[in-house]
Design a protein around this ligand. Structure first.
Ligand SMILES: [Zn+2]
Length: 291
């Protein structure tokens, strides 16, 4: 009887599909983040954003750990915080899914960053829920990065990617970088008119894997054949020898303007990217667990 029951349980596990990416949930996160208003690093609003992220991760059964430090920027000294949630897998080697949750500081207009800062954080929250419900051969880490945006108006020198540089520095020091096998960076994926292009700074095999998955899903209209060169939070990882891909749509009319609001983004875009990104882990795992 027990054996029969065990068989039933196993059969049920086999037929119960893992959860799918639900853009309605991701959209609700995006709406909540935008409702907080501008969320630049060091502001009370970004603290409120962290509270929301922590609560939503907790609702998915995950605990966020904080990586906090004081950062000297060209204009001020501010507290920055990366948030990390880990889903243990069968092996300790890990795939990191990252994105930034800060929005660029603008004093002359109200910048709520629906796609730029909002979409990546909202996306990672829904990704966390889905991956938590999956049997993961490798450990999965969700990394919410602070300080991607430059504090000064223009992107220059080291006045940007504060969170990713800090994370990689610490990971080198505590040797946790050795178990970091791949980084999938998500940035600005909300654009209603999705135009993804391959980033030539990214690791070719990882980029190829994502674009092939997109093609398999019939998303050639969203994941285009062209390429571009992007400076983003993946660069410190690449410099440290971690394979990394940046999934970003910088072909966005509302980029760094007051128009980067809910009107410029869509749940459909979140769904398209969600489906494609979730097609990647099995392929990344197959490659990484080969030896
Ligand atoms: Zn930006």
């Amino acid at each position: 009887m027990i054996r029969a029951l065990a068989c039933v349980v196993l059969a049920l596990q086999a037929v119960t599909p893992p959860p799918k990416f639900d853009s309605a949930r991701a959209w609700e996160h995006l709406r909540q983040l935008v409702a907080i208003g501008p969320r630049p690093s060091g502001s009370p609003a970004i603290e409120q954003t962290r509270k929301y992220i922590r609560e939503q991760l907790a609702a998915a059964g995950l605990t966020a750990t904080e990586q906090a430090w004081d950062e000297q920027t060209p204009i001020d000294r501010i507290r920055m915080v990366n948030l990390i949630a880990t889903i243990p897998g069968a092996r300790k080697e890990r795939i990191v899914f990252a994105g930034h949750y800060d929005t660029k500081l603008y004093r002359q207009f109200r910048f709520v960053g629906a796609s730029d800062g909002g979409s990546s954080a909202a996306f990672l929250l829904e990704l966390a829920r889905v991956l938590k419900g999956r049997k993961n051969p490798l450990t999965i880490e969700l990394l919410f990065l602070d300080g991607e945006e430059a504090r000064l108006p223009d992107w220059h020198g080291t006045d940007n990617t504060y969170g990713s540089r800090h994370y990689v520095d610490l990971a080198k020091r505590d040797a946790s970088l050795t178990t970091l096998k791949a980084l999938v960076l998500i940035d600005m994926i909300g654009d209603r008119d999705l135009n993804m292009r391959r980033d030539t700074n990214s690791t070719p095999w990882l980029t190829e894997l994502i674009w092939r998955e997109a093609a398999r899903q019939g998303r050639d209209d969203d994941f285009l054949a062209g390429s571009t060169k992007i400076e983003d939070d993946h660069l410190p990882f690449l410099a440290a020898g971690v394979p990394a891909v940046d999934i970003i749509d910088l072909d966005y009319e509302a980029w760094h303007t007051a128009e980067d609001t809910l009107d410029a983004v869509s749940a459909r875009s979140l769904q398209v990217v969600g489906d494609v990104v979730l097609g990647a882990p099995p392929k990344i795992e197959a490659r990484l667990t080969k030896n």
